[in-house]
Design a protein around this ligand. Structure first.
Ligand code: ZN
Length: 233
């Protein structure tokens, strides 16, 4: 068994649901499934409401959309956990033995609500291991240089955990900026994942908006997909 994860790039199309369709675009799913060598009916999508709900899912969730959920965990092979983003953070977790995988969508609200800590607890329970055996990947998302926030966001984080305010920056005469991937990395470490097991986000969606959908840089309505699954031999 192995773990496979990744994300789509803009030319591949958008994973966003449209008003006319109850599910993510069928053509997008067919293409993605073809690349993976899996049927599109093995995908699990989430409603993504910027909350902190993490659900454990099994084969019965295949082909569905989880209501009011931002994180999911499974031990079921070939069940593809998917996230749709355009600037928010796609965070993928797996244990070293490939027993369990997790997909988490988080913007500042989800991080503030503590969804990552819940996701780590949930995947540890599913994989029956401690957090030091978990690996985390933060996919393309908006980076600090492009992410301006209001003072109220910093205040909200300060009220919850003082040290997270170190991830907010302001040069004189400029707007306040926040590093969401920095906060996510700090939270994953707080949850017990070793720093060497956390792969930071390499691409800023706003800087690289020809490659990734970016709501802030281009007001994109589309979303790219990040995914993770356990493969069978
Ligand atoms: Zn940028």
């Amino acid at each position: 068994m192995g773990v496979h994860f990744g994300w789509t790039e803009k030319p591949f199309g958008s994973a966003e649901r449209t008003a006319a369709e109850a599910r993510p675009r069928a053509a997008f799913m067919r293409c993605l499934a073809e690349r993976m060598g899996l049927p599109p009916g093995r995908f699990v999508w989430m409603d993504q409401v910027h909350g902190d709900r993490v659900r454990r899912v099994g084969g019965g969730s295949a082909g569905g959309i989880l209501a009011a959920t931002d994180g999911c965990v499974t031990t079921q092979p070939e069940l593809v956990l998917c996230i749709r983003t355009a600037d928010c953070l796609p965070i993928l977790l797996f244990d070293a033995r490939g027993r369990a995988v997790a997909a988490v969508h988080a913007g500042w609200r989800g991080l503030l609500a503590g969804i990552l800590g819940k996701a780590v607890t949930s995947i540890c329970r599913a994989a029956r291991c401690g957090p030091k055996h978990i690996r985390a990947v933060i996919g393309p998302c908006i980076h600090v240089s492009c992410y301006e926030v209001g003072e109220e966001v910093r205040r909200s984080f300060a009220a919850r955990h003082g040290s997270w305010t170190r991830r907010f920056f302001r040069k004189s005469g400029t707007r306040l900026k926040a590093s969401l991937p920095g906060i996510a990395g700090a939270q994953l470490k707080t949850a017990g994942i070793p720093a060497t097991h956390i792969r930071p986000s390499r691409h800023c969606t706003a800087c690289d908006s020809s490659r990734y959908f970016s709501f802030r840089a281009r007001s994109d309505r589309g979303r790219f997909a990040s995914f993770i699954f356990i493969s069978t031999p």
